[in-house]
Each structure stands twice: as structure tokens, then as C-alpha cells.
Design a protein around this ligand. Structure first.
Ligand code: IPD
Length: 349
């Protein structure tokens, strides 16, 4: 492949054609079959796939086609088109308006061309190796967000929801990101969610349990938009590996860190108050507190009068700090008990 220009424009044309067919039939699905307990396939997946595979074969007769519903064929050719005729089939079958057509070209093991088309919004996300990422024909780049607190992230839940390990069914990472990111989305079309990272519409994405066609095309779009794609350990992603982290670059490290925090607390730390669940707050949210006890009685001072004076001075001090907001809790300071009070300091104030 010289520069992939022809491949990209043909792929865009085919994705638009398949998308038009899907749009026309949106809300009219009648036949739904099950590939797994909750993994659907509709007659429109098959029709869309037939159209795409036929057009690709005509345009590029020597290439292999690897398509979700089994419509292609793989002979070991160097160039392989990886196709998802509807990414977001469950949405499509339920008239939930988020789905896409995804067509990517792998050359000698590397994704070189990718198109993800959202027919309902007529949005074309596209890239070819070395040509930059485009949204509707205009060059786009990833965002520059560099803290999770400001990050708009997306993910997905694979169909194998029977996995009880929260790291496998994504509930663990989801909970950890929920308390750290600005917002999380699970819209139901992985290619679309990944492609959005490449054009700067979202800041990052993670998912485990993906198929090759869910990510193939979008990988090029992220890389060409200046972003980063890896597996969960930071290594190069593979289409067969099933897991992907895609980000704008600066967020990649922080996302990998959160993914690696297996079993870490997911409870949101409440400002100024240590976790009530018994879980320690995550380290980045930790603050140091000092608990003080004030006892009645002479303590280390032998002279009772002097002791009383000192205690009154302590009490006045505590009351002032409390008023200034430097002590979070103070009380009860009853005169007739041995223990006059407990108070809690936030060391940083
Ligand atoms: C699915 C969607 C979903 C993702 C699943 C995919 P499909 O693809 O992309 O967002 O969470 O892992 O399998 O089945 O609709 O083509």
C-alpha cells in the first residue's frame, strides 16, 4: 500500500452505503437471533455485512475480509479488512440511537486504515497511517486533558457478564474510575467510543473482552489523532488480545494506574472526613488528621489551680480553632467527666 488514500476513500464510501441501509431500517428490526445469552445478531447485521464484504471484494479482490458475522474469508493474505457491520447491535435492536459501521485495513499485522461511521449523525471518523485523523473530512487531534479529575472517559461491558471477578467484568475498574474521573459513559458501541478519543471528543477509553472488529478501525484513528493505544499493561495492543486502553496520551499513565489498582477502594472520599465505610480512601485523596483528647484533672501539673487555668486556656484555644474551621470536630467538654473532650485536626489547615 503506497499511502492508503484509495483504500480510505473506498472504505468511507462503503461505510456510508452500509450506514444508509441501517438508518433506513432503524426501528424496523424484526428478526433477532442470539449468538450467546445476551449477544444479539439481527438481520440487519447480516445485510450490512453482505453489502460491505461484496463491495470490498470488488474493490480489492486480493485482500482478505474478516467480518463479525462470518461473512468474509481469511486465506492468509497480507492485507485484511476487519469489519463490524453494526457495532452496537444491542442498541440497534432496541432503537437506542448509538451504533456505527466499522471498517479497518490491517497490512502485515498493522492497522493502517480505519473508518467508523455513525449513520444517525452522519459522522465519519477516519484515518490512514501518516495522514492524520479526520472527523467529517476535517483534521482533528486528541484533547490535552492531563488529570483524571477533568477526564471524560468511556468504557464498555463485554458480553461475558458471568465473570465474577470484578476485574474481568469491569465493575472493579468502573467503580475506581467513577470516583476519580469527571464523567464516565457506556454508550454501547466500542468503535465509536474509541474513535471519539482520536478526534478529541472524549479523553480516554478502556475495555476488556473486545473483539478484533470492535477496535480495529478505531485504533488507527486514535494513533493518527496523536493519542496512545495499549493493552492493560501498557504493551502494544493486539486485535486478538481482547483488551484496549486508548487515550489522548497524557492520561495514559493515570488510566493504566487505576486499572492496576486491583481491589482498591472505590468509595468516594468525602472532603475533610475519613472514609466511613472502613475502606481507606485512595492514597491521592488521603489527608492527615490528629485526634486530641483533653482530660480533667491535674495531669502533669501538680498545682490544681494552675491545672485549671491551663485547661481553660486549652479550651479557649480549641474553641477559637474550631470557630476558625481548623478543628473539624470538638466536644463534648463536659465539666463533670474525666474526659472533657475529643477534637479532630486536619493537619493541612
Ligand atoms: C459490542 C459493542 C459494545 C462493547 C462490546 C462489543 P457489537 O459490539 O461494541 O459497546 O461493550 O464489547 O462486543 O456486538 O454490538 O458489535
Amino acid at each position: 500500500m503506497k499511502n492508503g488514500e484509495r483504500e480510505l476513500s473506498v472504505a468511507i464510501e462503503i461505510a456510508r452505503e452500509a450506514g444508509a441501509l441501517l438508518k433506513e431500517n432503524f426501528g424496523k428490526v424484526q428478526e433477532v437471533d442470539f449468538k450467546g445469552r445476551i449477544n444479539l445478531v439481527t438481520e440487519m447485521d447480516r445485510k450490512s455485512e453482505r453489502l460491505i464484504v461484496d463491495r470490498l471484494r470488488k474493490a480489492f479482490p486480493g485482500d482478505d475480509v474478516w467480518a463479525e458475522e462470518g461473512g468474509g474469508s481469511r486465506t492468509g493474505a497480507e492485507r485484511v479488512w476487519v469489519v463490524d457491520p453494526i457495532d452496537g447491535t444491542t442498541n440497534y435492536a432496541h432503537e437506542y440511537p448509538v451504533f456505527s459501521v466499522s471498517i479497518g485495513l490491517q497490512v502485515a499485522g498493522r492497522m493502517d486504515v480505519g473508518v467508523v461511521y455513525n449513520p444517525l449523525l452522519d459522522d465519519v471518523y477516519a484515518a490512514r497511517r501518516g495522514g492524520g485523523a479526520m472527523l467529517n473530512g476535517r483534521p482533528r487531534r486528541v484533547t490535552q486533558v492531563d488529570t483524571l479529575e477533568r477526564a471524560f472517559l468511556a468504557t464498555g461491558f463485554a458480553y461475558d457478564v458471568t465473570a465474577t471477578d470484578p476485574e474481568r467484568n469491569n465493575l472493579g475498574p468502573f467503580g475506581r474510575f467513577l470516583v476519580r474521573a469527571q464523567a464516565l459513559r457506556r454508550a454501547g458501541s466500542a468503535s465509536l467510543a474509541i474513535a471519539k478519543v482520536g478526534v478529541g471528543r472524549t479523553d480516554g477509553f478502556w475495555e476488556r473482552g473486545l473483539h478484533a472488529w470492535d477496535m480495529a478501525a478505531a485504533l488507527v484513528i486514535v494513533e493518527e489523532g496523536g493519542g496512545k493505544v495499549t493493552d492493560y499493561r501498557g504493551g502494544p495492543p493486539t486485535l486478538e488480545g481482547g483488551e484496549l486502553v486508548a487515550s489522548n496520551g497524557p492520561l495514559h499513565g493515570p488510566i493504566l494506574e487505576v486499572l492496576a489498582m486491583r481491589g482498591a477502594a472505590t468509595a468516594a472520599p468525602r472532603a475533610g472526613i475519613p472514609s466511613e465505610t472502613g475502606d481507606p480512601p485512595p492514597e491521592w485523596a488521603m489527608r492527615k488528621y490528629v485526634i486530641g483528647f483533653l482530660f480533667r484533672g491535674p495531669n502533669r501539673v501538680e498545682d490544681e489551680k494552675e491545672s485549671d487555668r491551663l485547661q481553660r486556656a486549652h479550651l479557649a484555644n480549641i474553641a477559637r480553632l474550631h470557630e476558625e474551621g481548623k478543628i473539624i470536630l470538638a466536644g463534648p467538654f463536659l465539666d463533670k467527666t474525666e474526659l472533657r473532650g475529643v477534637f479532630l485536626f486536619d493537619v493541612e489547615t
